[in-house]
Design a protein around this ligand. Structure first.
Ligand code: FE2
Length: 296
């Protein structure tokens, strides 16, 4: 298969914060990127506009798009319905791939992409005493009308599903590949969860991290010291990077409602994740596009 050399990663685009014409202009801008693959880290839009928005991407973008879903992608709909849609579109489209359905994508003979949505599973921080109320509880069918105890059961289950998936695919791909990029929405480690410029406190952490996935990553990577994994996550809307283990690095992407970005573009051969190019685009402008084209 064709080696994928240039990859862009964008997360938390929240394109529903733009009117349709601006949204489509942003997507048209993405089409100009000199890349082979676009990674979308979730919270791309909301549950009511997913089909229209991803349909526009499928029509306009001349490269593969691998995506995971964030909590906002279910707003106005249900988890079951949106996952059903994502599964269907992965089979029906030539260039849209929901990573939990796709499983893995080889980027080059030593590097592979895996991905899962994840879910903030309430296990880090102090869920019992937190007064935080998420919009999720009003806009996602499965969480509507539940009390705190039953909400915790649902988010535990979603975290466990993600962890089970990651354990399966990570162990599988490490038999063949030296390096893994893991695309997810919810950070699996608290180290990168910033809130108001500081590491999030106990009242917010239950809603910012997926501990179940973090536990799997730690356990597997400690037994694979010769392999490396790069975790690309979003959800917090704040830029952060931490080396959790010598072979396990996590990055979170910054985001602002109404000004969708592309977090990074990597080009050249991937060697130990020392990518030759790393270009933040805040926001995506025609001048910035020209700049990227020249450097790629
Ligand atoms: Fe978001």
């Amino acid at each position: 298969m064709k080696t994928i050399k240039r990859i862009a990663w964008a997360t938390d685009l929240h394109l529903d914060f733009l009117p349709r014409d601006e949204r489509n202009a942003y997507i048209a801008g993405l089409a100009s990127l000199p890349i082979d693959l676009l990674l979308l880290g979730g919270d791309t839009i909301n549950g009511m506009l997913l089909d229209e928005c991803f349909g526009e991407m499928a029509r306009c973008l001349p490269f593969k798009i691998c995506f995971v879903l964030g909590n906002h992608d279910y707003y106005g709909s249900s988890i079951a319905k949106v996952k059903g849609w994502a599964k269907e579109i992965t089979h029906a489209s030539d260039n849209l791939f929901w990573m939990p359905e796709m499983g893995m994508l080889e980027l080059n003979p030593s590097t592979v992409l895996i991905g899962h949505d994840g879910w903030a599973d309430g296990r880090l921080g102090d869920y019992a005493n937190s007064m935080v109320i998420l919009n999720d509880y009003f806009h996602i069918s499965e969480l509507k009308g539940l009390d705190k105890k039953h909400r915790l059961e649902v988010i535990h289950q979603l975290g466990d599903e993600a962890a089970h998936f990651v354990a399966h695919w990570l162990n599988k791909v490490l038999k063949t590949y030296q390096q893994v990029i893991f695309l997810t929405h919810v950070p699996p480690f608290h180290h990168v969860c910033r809130h108001s410029h500081n590491i999030a406190k106990d009242d917010h952490l239950p809603f910012l991290t997926c501990k179940a996935v973090g536990d799997v990553l730690l356990s597997v990577m400690k037994h694979h010291a010769q392999h490396k994994i790069l975790v690309l996550s979003g959800h917090t809307h704040r830029n952060s990077v931490r080396h959790i283990l010598p072979n396990l690095t996590i990055v979170t992407g910054g985001a602002d409602y109404g000004t969708p970005k592309v977090q990074k573009i990597w080009s050249g051969e991937m060697d130990g994740f020392s990518f030759s190019e790393e270009i933040p685009m805040l926001p995506l402008t025609s001048a910035k596009l020209e700049f990227i084209k020249k450097r790629a």
